[in-house]
Design a protein around this ligand. Sequence first.
Ligand code: FAD
Ligand code: DHB
Length: 392
Amino acid sequence: MKTQVAIIGGGPAGLLLAELLHRQGIDSVVLEKHSREHVIARIRAGVLEQTTVDVLRAAGLGARMDALGHVHDGMRIVWAGRDSFYIDCHKHLGKRFMAYGQSQIQEDLFAAADRRSAQVLTECDAVQPHDVAGEQPWVSFRHRGEDFRLDCDFIAGCDGFHGVSRQAIPATLRREFEKAYPFGWLGILSRTPPLPDITYVNHPRGFALGSQRSPMLSRWYIQVPLADTVDDWSDDRFWAELAARFPSEMARQIVTGASIEKSIAPLRSFVAEPMRHGHLFLCGDAAHIVPPTGAKGINLAVSDVFYLQRALAAFYASGSSALIDAYSATALRRVWSSERTSWYLTKLLHRFPGDSDFDQRAQESELDYLKSSPHAQASLAEQYAGMPFEPA
Ligand code: FAD
Ligand code: DHB
């Protein structure tokens, strides 16, 4: 088999890259390990930055998102027994957000791929990139019991944190930065109306978050110890704990119901540098992970893909490799900006086991400062909204 760009992984990064390349007349083949049903069923991200919404709309992927998604201007932060405040990104920056689930984005991307009879091969085993530093990279894989070789000009590693692509960059050239947090998030999805605002809660019992997918679908999270499992948390126990962390007048507004999904995710910050080695490029979770506080994960996958398709389009149009050479540094500037924001929000909003009374007072003072200072709010709004793309 032969193509211009071999894409490993059919998550949001891989399928969006294939779509954007197609719109520039560039051919690709996507090799995905799991079935389409499995990929679509993963309940993950839900809040899209304006830049992400703009990329999806420009790629012809906006119709269902605009019909079903929920537009909002920012986030509310509340903490124990105190007033809340709203970080209004629209007021400060003219930017908005869209609440629209990752599983729906995946459905839209598969539908777009079907419309153009794209080569998206699911249930591929033993996917392995080869000769990535040379002029003729290739990918080996097994599909329906047969072994294949895919020759290509470039390989895009869009295979998530546990994929194989990152390992194709020699360990001597790769630098990894990592921070693990001493707690996880227990999340549930329920067919109940969400609170009016996406609301982050700092409480002595731990962090909580109320988020939204649509007028009748809400997503809720609470901070839990790493040792907890989903079996420890019945729906009744979850709702009781959630309500205990919200101020009572907001807790009374929470509409409870049966959970339709329940999972625990550990929190981690991780960046691998560089994001390019020879003809291999990393995009999305293959190169970096953020803790979910601030909802940056999928937005970073989209910004990497935006920069990469722009670089590849320039190369095929003019033969210039300037943007290809700049890819890693350009993508990493935005990655580190969101890494810093999600690390900061994680520290601001969670209770860390072992924190001293001093740490606690310092955290409360920072929340007081944010509540009282329009300058601090404008700064946080700028970070939460996500940095604009750099011009080519
Ligand atoms: P992925 O979505 O991981 O896609 C990678 C794809 O590659 C997968 O389909 C995988 O099956 C495939 N793959 C893996 N290995 C191979 C291989 N060897 N060969 C071929 N294919 C392979 N972000 C938020 O913003 N908000 C959230 O609430 C949130 N919650 C999350 C909860 C969980 C449990 C996880 C894991 C992530 C969450 N994220 C969240 C992060 C967000 O979902 C990711 O940032 C986003 O999915 C990144 O997209 P991606 O395409 O880079 O990677
Ligand atoms: C979700 C929303 C957030 O604002 C966040 O920080 C993490 C996750 C969500 O809707 O899933």
